[in-house]
Design a protein. Sequence first.
Length: 90
Amino acid sequence: MSQDTTNNEAKAPAVDPKLLDILRCPVAVHFKNKGDDPGRLKLVKECWLVCDESGMKYPIRNGIPVMLVDEGKKWQEVAEEDLPVPPPEE
């Protein structure tokens, strides 16, 4: 009897937690009224980085965060729950 181990294996995070600690939204870092550390990002659906302050949403493609302002703007009005998984290739 074979045993499926794929469900038991730990899934590697989409972004190294250390990288997530230092990455910031390139738009929100310029906000003067958002405290000492504006632009922090959160990981959503394991393949998106979202900034609550600017509303920008940056895809992670092939393990690489695409932190371009134009890319973030494309997804700014899309609700987090509606973000596609995986992000479409451009």
